[in-house]
Design a protein around this ligand. Structure first.
Ligand code: CP
Length: 306
């Protein structure tokens, strides 16, 4: 395994997280820094994506590297039955870095076991989405001026939402107070609550997205109900629209509150929130470009400052 791969957010120490935040800040100031001359990056997206793939590819372009890859695995030989192992071994012959999204939990870890090329996990099933977490941390840091001692409310699909799983794990260094708001069917899985207990992370659970919770939050992190992870379509229909944030619900919220969402949204945030200065989800996606420039350089062991 290449030690510069990023598979799980738990691969990163506090020191490394803080270093990457600094690097992202540097790239926000210098987004077009041509330091990937001669490097080829493979983007292998076995699952749909807009932001993650396009921001990684924009990052490579802005840094002067080249990209090969696919956005639809049906156009590749995996549709003829080629295994993931063979695909990864083949692509490793061509590229310096693999960025991969896959529907199977553990697929990114498996990829690192069959190649010496560094791999960045761009989302594996309901498991992890570490580059999203790094841009979330950058967004929280930029808007709150700190990462520690924040009241963070996670709302929606806490069962299948890989972004909330990764974020929860990353926050272990920063003494958060979490509120988990979800219906019975989509509660935060037991292993993540156990993780909180093991790391002294405070959390409460509620099925009610109450005024009290909204008005005492520094960050509200809305999530989409992950239709693609349900085996029972009726269950999806029953829970898909249970939590919608509307502008009128924010009247007494904290002045520093920011609304985050990894996007895409469906009905979780009413468009009437978009013009509220507390809405931050589009800037959050923009921060993804700077953070992904930092993550690519880190995986390739390139120091942007020379
Ligand atoms: N946030 C996120 O992963 O978005 P995409 O699915 O569009 O990449």
């Amino acid at each position: 395994m290449n030690q510069h791969s990023l598979v799980s957010i738990s691969d990163l120490s506090e020191e490394k997280i803080l270093h990457l935040l600094e690097q992202a800040r540097y790239f926000e100031e210098h987004p077009n820094h041509k330091i990937l001359d001669g490097k080829v990056v493979g983007t292998l997206f076995f699952e749909p994506s807009t932001r993650t793939r396009l921001s990684f590819e924009t990052a490579v372009n802005r840094l002067g590297g080249r990209i090969i890859g696919f956005a639809d695995a049906n156009t590749t030989s995996s549709s003829k039955g080629e295994t993931l192992k063979d695909t990864i071994k083949m692509v490793s012959n061509y590229v310096d870095l693999i960025i991969m999204r896959h529907h199977l939990e553990g697929a990114a870890r498996y990829a690192t076991e069959v190649t010496e090329t560094p791999v960045i996990n761009a989302g594996d099933g309901a498991n992890q989405h570490p580059s999203q977490t790094m841009l979330d941390l950058y967004s929280i840091y930029k808007t709150q001026g700190r990462l520690d001692n924040l009241d963070i409310t996670l709302v929606g699909d806490l069962k299948y939402g890989r972004t909330v799983h990764s974020l929860l794990m990353a926050m272990k260094y920063f003494k958060p107070r979490f509120r988990f708001v979800a219906c019975e069917e989509l509660q935060m899985p037991r292993e993540y609550k156990k993780f909180c207990d093991q790391h002294g992370i405070q959390y409460t659970e509620s099925t009610d997205f109450s005024e009290d919770i909204i008005n005492s939050s520094d960050i509200i992190y809305m999530t989409r109900v992950q239709r693609e992870r349900f085996t029972d379509r009726n269950e999806y229909e029953r829970v898909k629209d249970l939590y919608t944030l509307r502008n009128s619900m924010l009247s007494n919220s904290r002045p520093n509150l920011k609304i985050l969402h990894p996007l895409p949204r469906v009905n979780e945030i009413n468009p009437d929130v978009d013009d509220n200065p507390k809405a931050y989800y589009f800037q959050q996606a923009q921060n993804g470009l700077y953070m992904r420039e930092a993550l690519i350089c880190d995986a390739l062991q390139i120091n942007p400052k020379g």
